[in-house]
Design a protein around this ligand. Structure first.
Ligand code: ADP
Length: 428
Protein backbone atom coordinates (compact mmCIF):
# COMPACT_ATOMS: atom_id res chain seq x y z
CA UNK A 1 0.00 0.00 0.00
CA UNK A 2 1.30 3.46 -0.86
CA UNK A 3 0.91 6.10 1.81
CA UNK A 4 -1.96 8.52 1.12
CA UNK A 5 -2.75 11.94 2.55
CA UNK A 6 -1.80 13.07 6.04
CA UNK A 7 -4.14 11.48 8.58
CA UNK A 8 -2.73 12.30 11.95
CA UNK A 9 -0.21 14.98 12.73
CA UNK A 10 1.80 16.38 15.61
CA UNK A 11 3.02 19.93 14.93
CA UNK A 12 5.78 21.39 17.08
CA UNK A 13 4.55 19.47 20.09
CA UNK A 14 6.15 19.98 23.49
CA UNK A 15 5.05 18.07 26.57
CA UNK A 16 6.01 18.68 30.18
CA UNK A 17 5.21 16.87 33.40
CA UNK A 18 5.36 18.17 36.92
CA UNK A 19 7.19 15.65 39.07
CA UNK A 20 6.25 14.93 42.70
CA UNK A 21 9.30 16.92 43.88
CA UNK A 22 7.95 19.98 42.09
CA UNK A 23 10.45 19.90 39.24
CA UNK A 24 9.20 20.09 35.68
CA UNK A 25 10.27 17.38 33.27
CA UNK A 26 10.25 18.14 29.57
CA UNK A 27 9.34 14.80 27.97
CA UNK A 28 9.07 16.06 24.38
CA UNK A 29 10.37 19.21 22.73
CA UNK A 30 9.19 20.57 19.40
CA UNK A 31 8.22 17.22 17.89
CA UNK A 32 6.60 17.23 14.47
CA UNK A 33 5.39 14.04 12.88
CA UNK A 34 2.86 13.45 10.10
CA UNK A 35 1.32 9.99 9.80
CA UNK A 36 -0.17 9.28 6.38
CA UNK A 37 -3.07 7.04 5.47
CA UNK A 38 -2.02 3.41 4.83
CA UNK A 39 1.25 3.87 6.68
CA UNK A 40 2.77 1.81 9.46
CA UNK A 41 5.04 4.06 11.49
CA UNK A 42 7.31 2.71 14.24
CA UNK A 43 8.59 4.97 17.03
CA UNK A 44 11.88 3.75 18.44
CA UNK A 45 14.56 5.15 20.73
CA UNK A 46 16.01 4.84 24.21
CA UNK A 47 13.73 4.32 27.17
CA UNK A 48 12.21 7.54 28.46
CA UNK A 49 12.56 9.53 25.24
CA UNK A 50 8.83 10.26 25.11
CA UNK A 51 7.52 7.67 22.63
CA UNK A 52 4.56 6.64 24.78
CA UNK A 53 3.91 10.26 25.62
CA UNK A 54 3.65 11.05 21.90
CA UNK A 55 1.37 8.06 21.31
CA UNK A 56 -0.99 9.23 24.05
CA UNK A 57 -1.01 12.71 22.55
CA UNK A 58 -1.83 11.27 19.10
CA UNK A 59 -4.70 9.31 20.68
CA UNK A 60 -6.04 12.51 22.21
CA UNK A 61 -5.72 11.02 25.69
CA UNK A 62 -3.64 13.98 26.85
CA UNK A 63 -3.08 17.51 25.62
CA UNK A 64 0.32 18.99 24.81
CA UNK A 65 1.88 21.83 26.76
CA UNK A 66 2.63 23.45 23.43
CA UNK A 67 1.98 22.74 19.77
CA UNK A 68 -0.91 21.07 17.97
CA UNK A 69 -2.36 17.67 17.21
CA UNK A 70 -4.43 17.36 14.04
CA UNK A 71 -6.62 14.63 12.58
CA UNK A 72 -7.33 15.11 8.86
CA UNK A 73 -6.25 18.71 9.26
CA UNK A 74 -8.62 19.45 12.16
CA UNK A 75 -7.35 20.10 15.70
CA UNK A 76 -7.93 17.11 17.99
CA UNK A 77 -10.69 17.72 20.45
CA UNK A 78 -10.61 15.09 23.18
CA UNK A 79 -10.07 11.38 22.57
CA UNK A 80 -9.65 10.57 18.88
CA UNK A 81 -12.62 8.40 17.86
CA UNK A 82 -10.86 7.14 14.72
CA UNK A 83 -8.13 5.48 16.77
CA UNK A 84 -7.89 2.60 19.23
CA UNK A 85 -5.00 1.68 21.50
CA UNK A 86 -3.31 -1.62 22.30
CA UNK A 87 -1.11 -1.68 25.42
CA UNK A 88 1.77 -3.88 26.49
CA UNK A 89 0.11 -4.68 29.81
CA UNK A 90 -2.98 -6.02 27.98
CA UNK A 91 -5.07 -3.81 30.31
CA UNK A 92 -7.82 -6.42 30.69
CA UNK A 93 -10.29 -6.36 33.57
CA UNK A 94 -9.93 -9.69 35.38
CA UNK A 95 -13.56 -9.85 36.51
CA UNK A 96 -14.91 -9.52 32.96
CA UNK A 97 -15.07 -12.33 30.38
CA UNK A 98 -13.26 -12.12 27.07
CA UNK A 99 -16.44 -10.94 25.33
CA UNK A 100 -17.10 -8.33 28.03
CA UNK A 101 -13.53 -7.06 27.83
CA UNK A 102 -13.80 -6.78 24.05
CA UNK A 103 -17.08 -4.88 24.42
CA UNK A 104 -15.56 -2.24 26.75
CA UNK A 105 -14.60 0.23 24.03
CA UNK A 106 -18.00 -0.11 22.37
CA UNK A 107 -19.79 0.58 25.60
CA UNK A 108 -18.00 3.87 26.11
CA UNK A 109 -18.87 4.80 22.53
CA UNK A 110 -22.56 4.11 23.11
CA UNK A 111 -22.81 1.06 20.83
CA UNK A 112 -25.45 -1.24 22.33
CA UNK A 113 -27.68 -4.24 21.71
CA UNK A 114 -27.31 -6.26 18.54
CA UNK A 115 -24.76 -3.88 17.01
CA UNK A 116 -22.53 -4.41 20.02
CA UNK A 117 -22.90 -8.20 19.95
CA UNK A 118 -22.08 -8.25 16.24
CA UNK A 119 -19.03 -6.05 16.63
CA UNK A 120 -17.72 -8.19 19.50
CA UNK A 121 -18.26 -11.42 17.55
CA UNK A 122 -16.54 -9.98 14.49
CA UNK A 123 -13.52 -8.75 16.47
CA UNK A 124 -13.17 -12.04 18.35
CA UNK A 125 -13.27 -13.86 15.05
CA UNK A 126 -10.65 -11.57 13.50
CA UNK A 127 -8.10 -12.44 16.18
CA UNK A 128 -8.98 -16.14 16.26
CA UNK A 129 -10.45 -16.30 19.75
CA UNK A 130 -13.72 -18.02 18.84
CA UNK A 131 -14.77 -20.39 21.59
CA UNK A 132 -13.12 -18.30 24.32
CA UNK A 133 -15.87 -15.67 24.58
CA UNK A 134 -16.87 -16.70 28.10
CA UNK A 135 -13.36 -17.35 29.44
CA UNK A 136 -11.77 -15.03 32.02
CA UNK A 137 -8.35 -13.42 31.49
CA UNK A 138 -6.69 -15.58 34.15
CA UNK A 139 -7.54 -18.67 32.07
CA UNK A 140 -5.63 -17.31 29.08
CA UNK A 141 -1.95 -17.35 28.12
CA UNK A 142 -0.12 -14.07 27.56
CA UNK A 143 -0.53 -14.39 23.81
CA UNK A 144 -4.27 -14.97 24.11
CA UNK A 145 -4.63 -12.04 26.49
CA UNK A 146 -3.03 -9.81 23.94
CA UNK A 147 -5.39 -11.16 21.28
CA UNK A 148 -8.18 -9.90 23.53
CA UNK A 149 -6.36 -6.56 23.66
CA UNK A 150 -6.33 -6.47 19.86
CA UNK A 151 -9.97 -7.60 19.62
CA UNK A 152 -11.02 -4.82 21.98
CA UNK A 153 -9.25 -2.30 19.78
CA UNK A 154 -10.64 -3.79 16.55
CA UNK A 155 -14.21 -3.96 17.87
CA UNK A 156 -14.62 -0.22 17.47
CA UNK A 157 -13.52 -0.55 13.80
CA UNK A 158 -10.76 2.04 14.17
CA UNK A 159 -9.08 3.58 11.18
CA UNK A 160 -5.86 3.93 13.16
CA UNK A 161 -4.35 1.43 15.55
CA UNK A 162 -1.99 2.94 18.11
CA UNK A 163 0.14 0.32 19.80
CA UNK A 164 2.41 0.76 22.80
CA UNK A 165 4.84 -2.16 22.82
CA UNK A 166 2.02 -4.59 22.19
CA UNK A 167 4.30 -7.61 21.90
CA UNK A 168 6.78 -6.57 24.61
CA UNK A 169 5.44 -8.87 27.32
CA UNK A 170 5.13 -11.96 25.14
CA UNK A 171 7.57 -14.78 24.60
CA UNK A 172 9.43 -14.53 21.27
CA UNK A 173 7.39 -17.18 19.42
CA UNK A 174 4.03 -15.78 20.42
CA UNK A 175 5.24 -12.27 19.62
CA UNK A 176 6.35 -13.37 16.15
CA UNK A 177 3.01 -14.96 15.47
CA UNK A 178 0.94 -11.99 16.66
CA UNK A 179 3.18 -9.56 14.76
CA UNK A 180 2.42 -11.36 11.50
CA UNK A 181 -1.24 -11.21 12.36
CA UNK A 182 -1.04 -7.48 12.97
CA UNK A 183 0.37 -7.06 9.44
CA UNK A 184 -2.46 -9.21 8.04
CA UNK A 185 -5.06 -7.17 9.92
CA UNK A 186 -3.61 -3.99 8.49
CA UNK A 187 -3.50 -5.38 4.94
CA UNK A 188 -7.02 -6.84 5.13
CA UNK A 189 -9.52 -4.18 3.99
CA UNK A 190 -12.27 -5.94 5.99
CA UNK A 191 -10.80 -4.81 9.33
CA UNK A 192 -11.09 -1.11 8.49
CA UNK A 193 -7.65 -0.49 10.06
CA UNK A 194 -5.58 1.30 7.46
CA UNK A 195 -2.88 3.00 9.50
CA UNK A 196 -0.79 1.89 12.46
CA UNK A 197 1.62 3.64 14.80
CA UNK A 198 3.65 1.37 17.04
CA UNK A 199 6.06 2.10 19.86
CA UNK A 200 8.58 -0.69 20.07
CA UNK A 201 11.80 -1.62 21.81
CA UNK A 202 12.70 -4.16 19.19
CA UNK A 203 14.72 -3.27 16.12
CA UNK A 204 13.53 -6.43 14.35
CA UNK A 205 9.93 -5.63 15.14
CA UNK A 206 10.23 -2.13 13.72
CA UNK A 207 11.78 -3.48 10.52
CA UNK A 208 9.18 -6.25 10.27
CA UNK A 209 6.20 -3.94 10.64
CA UNK A 210 6.95 -0.41 9.63
CA UNK A 211 7.26 1.46 6.36
CA UNK A 212 8.77 4.36 8.22
CA UNK A 213 10.83 4.16 11.38
CA UNK A 214 11.16 7.32 13.44
CA UNK A 215 14.15 7.36 15.77
CA UNK A 216 13.87 9.50 18.90
CA UNK A 217 16.61 10.99 21.01
CA UNK A 218 16.24 11.93 24.68
CA UNK A 219 16.63 14.81 27.11
CA UNK A 220 14.20 16.10 26.07
CA UNK A 221 12.54 13.68 23.64
CA UNK A 222 12.89 14.75 20.02
CA UNK A 223 12.92 13.21 16.54
CA UNK A 224 16.46 12.43 15.45
CA UNK A 225 16.13 10.54 12.26
CA UNK A 226 13.74 8.72 9.98
CA UNK A 227 14.35 5.53 8.08
CA UNK A 228 12.15 4.53 5.14
CA UNK A 229 11.69 0.79 4.85
CA UNK A 230 10.42 -0.33 1.47
CA UNK A 231 10.78 -4.09 1.91
CA UNK A 232 7.67 -5.71 0.44
CA UNK A 233 5.06 -7.25 2.77
CA UNK A 234 4.78 -9.85 4.13
CA UNK A 235 8.37 -9.53 5.27
CA UNK A 236 10.73 -12.40 5.76
CA UNK A 237 12.69 -12.02 8.98
CA UNK A 238 15.73 -13.94 7.93
CA UNK A 239 16.23 -12.61 4.41
CA UNK A 240 19.49 -10.74 3.65
CA UNK A 241 17.53 -7.54 2.82
CA UNK A 242 15.79 -7.74 6.19
CA UNK A 243 19.07 -8.25 8.01
CA UNK A 244 20.59 -5.32 6.17
CA UNK A 245 17.75 -3.05 7.27
CA UNK A 246 18.11 -4.29 10.86
CA UNK A 247 21.82 -3.47 10.77
CA UNK A 248 21.14 0.00 9.39
CA UNK A 249 18.60 0.77 12.09
CA UNK A 250 20.87 -0.66 14.74
CA UNK A 251 23.70 1.58 13.57
CA UNK A 252 21.41 4.65 13.72
CA UNK A 253 20.22 3.74 17.21
CA UNK A 254 23.74 3.21 18.44
CA UNK A 255 24.68 6.61 17.08
CA UNK A 256 21.70 8.24 18.84
CA UNK A 257 23.15 7.18 22.17
CA UNK A 258 26.36 9.00 21.52
CA UNK A 259 26.59 12.77 21.87
CA UNK A 260 24.81 14.44 18.95
CA UNK A 261 27.72 16.66 18.04
CA UNK A 262 29.98 13.70 17.36
CA UNK A 263 29.78 11.86 14.07
CA UNK A 264 28.65 8.24 14.18
CA UNK A 265 31.48 5.83 14.92
CA UNK A 266 33.06 4.35 11.83
CA UNK A 267 32.19 0.84 12.90
CA UNK A 268 29.05 0.46 14.98
CA UNK A 269 29.44 -2.18 17.67
CA UNK A 270 28.22 -5.59 16.58
CA UNK A 271 24.99 -6.84 18.09
CA UNK A 272 25.31 -8.85 21.29
CA UNK A 273 22.59 -11.04 22.74
CA UNK A 274 21.58 -9.74 26.18
CA UNK A 275 21.63 -12.14 29.09
CA UNK A 276 18.12 -12.92 30.40
CA UNK A 277 17.47 -10.92 33.56
CA UNK A 278 16.63 -13.86 35.81
CA UNK A 279 17.94 -15.19 39.11
CA UNK A 280 20.20 -18.21 39.45
CA UNK A 281 17.65 -19.88 41.74
CA UNK A 282 14.90 -19.44 39.17
CA UNK A 283 16.91 -21.26 36.52
CA UNK A 284 17.95 -24.11 38.83
CA UNK A 285 14.33 -24.31 40.04
CA UNK A 286 13.20 -24.79 36.46
CA UNK A 287 15.81 -27.50 35.79
CA UNK A 288 14.88 -29.22 39.06
CA UNK A 289 11.26 -29.29 38.05
CA UNK A 290 12.01 -30.57 34.53
CA UNK A 291 13.91 -33.49 36.08
CA UNK A 292 10.69 -34.63 37.74
CA UNK A 293 8.78 -34.69 34.44
CA UNK A 294 8.68 -37.57 31.95
CA UNK A 295 11.54 -37.16 29.46
CA UNK A 296 12.56 -33.95 31.21
CA UNK A 297 10.24 -31.77 29.18
CA UNK A 298 6.96 -29.89 29.22
CA UNK A 299 5.00 -27.08 27.56
CA UNK A 300 5.95 -23.68 28.91
CA UNK A 301 2.32 -22.95 29.94
CA UNK A 302 2.25 -26.03 32.13
CA UNK A 303 5.63 -25.26 33.65
CA UNK A 304 4.51 -21.80 34.61
CA UNK A 305 1.39 -23.25 36.22
CA UNK A 306 3.26 -26.02 38.01
CA UNK A 307 5.82 -23.61 39.41
CA UNK A 308 3.28 -20.90 40.14
CA UNK A 309 5.25 -18.39 38.07
CA UNK A 310 3.60 -15.98 35.72
CA UNK A 311 3.90 -16.96 32.08
CA UNK A 312 6.01 -14.02 31.01
CA UNK A 313 8.45 -14.55 33.86
CA UNK A 314 8.62 -18.24 33.04
CA UNK A 315 9.50 -17.39 29.44
CA UNK A 316 12.39 -15.24 30.65
CA UNK A 317 13.65 -18.02 32.92
CA UNK A 318 13.46 -20.47 30.01
CA UNK A 319 15.41 -18.03 27.86
CA UNK A 320 18.09 -17.79 30.55
CA UNK A 321 18.37 -21.58 30.81
CA UNK A 322 18.51 -21.82 27.03
CA UNK A 323 21.32 -19.26 26.80
CA UNK A 324 23.33 -21.46 29.11
CA UNK A 325 22.64 -24.53 26.99
CA UNK A 326 20.62 -26.31 29.70
CA UNK A 327 17.31 -26.47 27.86
CA UNK A 328 16.15 -26.26 24.26
CA UNK A 329 12.77 -24.93 23.19
CA UNK A 330 11.27 -26.71 20.24
CA UNK A 331 8.03 -24.70 19.81
CA UNK A 332 6.19 -24.27 23.11
CA UNK A 333 8.05 -27.23 24.63
CA UNK A 334 10.92 -26.79 27.06
CA UNK A 335 13.31 -29.73 26.95
CA UNK A 336 16.15 -30.41 29.36
CA UNK A 337 19.43 -30.98 27.47
CA UNK A 338 22.08 -33.55 28.44
CA UNK A 339 24.19 -30.65 29.76
CA UNK A 340 21.19 -29.54 31.86
CA UNK A 341 20.86 -33.04 33.32
CA UNK A 342 24.56 -33.23 34.02
CA UNK A 343 24.68 -29.96 35.87
CA UNK A 344 21.81 -30.97 38.11
CA UNK A 345 23.63 -34.18 39.03
CA UNK A 346 26.73 -32.24 40.17
CA UNK A 347 27.60 -31.07 43.66
CA UNK A 348 27.64 -27.37 44.33
CA UNK A 349 31.32 -26.74 43.54
CA UNK A 350 31.23 -28.66 40.26
CA UNK A 351 28.04 -26.85 39.30
CA UNK A 352 29.72 -23.50 39.83
CA UNK A 353 32.66 -24.61 37.69
CA UNK A 354 30.37 -25.73 34.88
CA UNK A 355 28.37 -22.49 35.09
CA UNK A 356 31.60 -20.49 34.99
CA UNK A 357 32.66 -22.30 31.82
CA UNK A 358 29.28 -21.64 30.18
CA UNK A 359 29.11 -17.99 31.24
CA UNK A 360 32.62 -17.26 29.98
CA UNK A 361 31.47 -18.32 26.53
CA UNK A 362 28.37 -16.09 26.56
CA UNK A 363 29.22 -13.07 24.33
CA UNK A 364 28.07 -10.51 26.91
CA UNK A 365 30.08 -12.02 29.77
CA UNK A 366 32.99 -12.54 27.40
CA UNK A 367 32.92 -8.82 26.64
CA UNK A 368 32.82 -7.83 30.30
CA UNK A 369 35.61 -10.25 31.14
CA UNK A 370 37.58 -8.66 28.31
CA UNK A 371 37.04 -5.22 29.87
CA UNK A 372 38.14 -6.54 33.26
CA UNK A 373 41.30 -8.05 31.85
CA UNK A 374 42.08 -4.85 30.00
CA UNK A 375 41.59 -2.95 33.25
CA UNK A 376 43.98 -5.30 35.02
CA UNK A 377 41.26 -7.05 36.91
CA UNK A 378 38.96 -4.19 37.75
CA UNK A 379 36.70 -1.72 36.02
CA UNK A 380 34.41 1.10 37.14
CA UNK A 381 30.66 0.43 37.26
CA UNK A 382 30.12 3.53 35.21
CA UNK A 383 32.20 2.21 32.35
CA UNK A 384 30.31 -1.07 32.27
CA UNK A 385 26.96 0.71 32.53
CA UNK A 386 27.86 2.99 29.63
CA UNK A 387 28.85 -0.02 27.60
CA UNK A 388 25.59 -1.82 28.39
CA UNK A 389 23.57 1.25 27.45
CA UNK A 390 25.22 1.38 24.06
CA UNK A 391 24.79 -2.32 23.36
CA UNK A 392 21.30 -2.63 24.78
CA UNK A 393 19.61 0.74 24.37
CA UNK A 394 16.25 -0.73 25.31
CA UNK A 395 17.12 -2.64 28.44
CA UNK A 396 17.53 -0.74 31.72
CA UNK A 397 21.30 -0.96 32.14
CA UNK A 398 21.10 -1.08 35.96
CA UNK A 399 18.93 -4.12 35.96
CA UNK A 400 21.08 -5.99 33.44
CA UNK A 401 24.14 -5.01 35.50
CA UNK A 402 22.59 -6.51 38.65
CA UNK A 403 21.93 -9.76 36.79
CA UNK A 404 25.53 -9.85 35.58
CA UNK A 405 26.79 -9.35 39.14
CA UNK A 406 24.53 -12.07 40.51
CA UNK A 407 25.54 -14.67 37.93
CA UNK A 408 29.17 -13.59 37.94
CA UNK A 409 29.36 -13.94 41.73
CA UNK A 410 27.56 -17.26 41.71
CA UNK A 411 30.01 -18.68 39.18
CA UNK A 412 32.92 -16.99 40.99
CA UNK A 413 33.90 -15.18 37.82
CA UNK A 414 33.71 -11.67 39.15
CA UNK A 415 32.78 -9.67 42.23
CA UNK A 416 31.38 -6.25 42.86
CA UNK A 417 32.67 -3.67 45.30
CA UNK A 418 29.71 -1.40 45.93
CA UNK A 419 31.75 1.14 47.95
CA UNK A 420 34.36 1.56 45.26
CA UNK A 421 31.71 1.16 42.54
CA UNK A 422 33.91 -1.27 40.65
CA UNK A 423 33.65 -4.75 39.22
CA UNK A 424 36.57 -7.04 39.90
CA UNK A 425 37.78 -10.18 38.20
CA UNK A 426 37.96 -13.32 40.33
CA UNK A 427 39.53 -15.78 37.91
CA UNK A 428 42.22 -15.16 35.40
P1 ADP B 1 9.24 6.14 26.38
O1 ADP B 1 7.90 5.65 25.94
O2 ADP B 1 10.06 6.64 25.27
O3 ADP B 1 9.98 5.15 27.24
P2 ADP B 1 7.68 7.95 27.99
O4 ADP B 1 6.88 8.70 27.00
O5 ADP B 1 7.00 6.86 28.73
O6 ADP B 1 9.00 7.42 27.30
O7 ADP B 1 8.26 8.96 29.07
C1 ADP B 1 9.05 10.08 28.76
C2 ADP B 1 9.46 10.76 30.03
O8 ADP B 1 8.33 11.37 30.64
C3 ADP B 1 10.00 9.81 31.08
O9 ADP B 1 11.03 10.46 31.78
C4 ADP B 1 8.83 9.55 31.98
O10 ADP B 1 9.26 9.22 33.29
C5 ADP B 1 8.12 10.88 31.94
N1 ADP B 1 6.67 10.76 32.13
C6 ADP B 1 5.81 10.13 31.30
N2 ADP B 1 4.55 10.27 31.73
C7 ADP B 1 4.61 10.98 32.89
C8 ADP B 1 3.63 11.46 33.81
N3 ADP B 1 2.33 11.22 33.66
N4 ADP B 1 4.09 12.16 34.87
C9 ADP B 1 5.39 12.41 35.03
N5 ADP B 1 6.36 12.03 34.20
C10 ADP B 1 5.98 11.30 33.13
Amino acid sequence: MTPGGVLLEARHVTQRFRLPNGQVLEALRDVSLAVREHEVVALVGPSGCGKSTLLRLLAGLTRPADGQLLYRGQPLDGVLGAAAMVFQSFALLPWLTVAENVAMGLETRGVNGAARRDAVARAINLVGLDGFEQAYPKELSGGMKQRVGFARALAVAPEILLMDEPFGALDPLTAENLRSQAVSLWRDPATGVNTMVIVTHSVEEAVFLAGRIVVFGSNPGHVREELINQLPYPRKERSPQFEEMVDRLHAILTATLLPEAEPAPAAAPQRLPPFARVHVAEVTGLLDHLLTRPDGKGPVFELSEDLGVDYDRMSAVVRGAEQLGWVTTPGEIVQLTPAGREIMAMDDAARKDATRARLSRHPLFARILGMLKEGEGSVEDEEVLADLTIYFPFIPADSLFQTIIEWGRYAELLDHDADAARLTLLTS
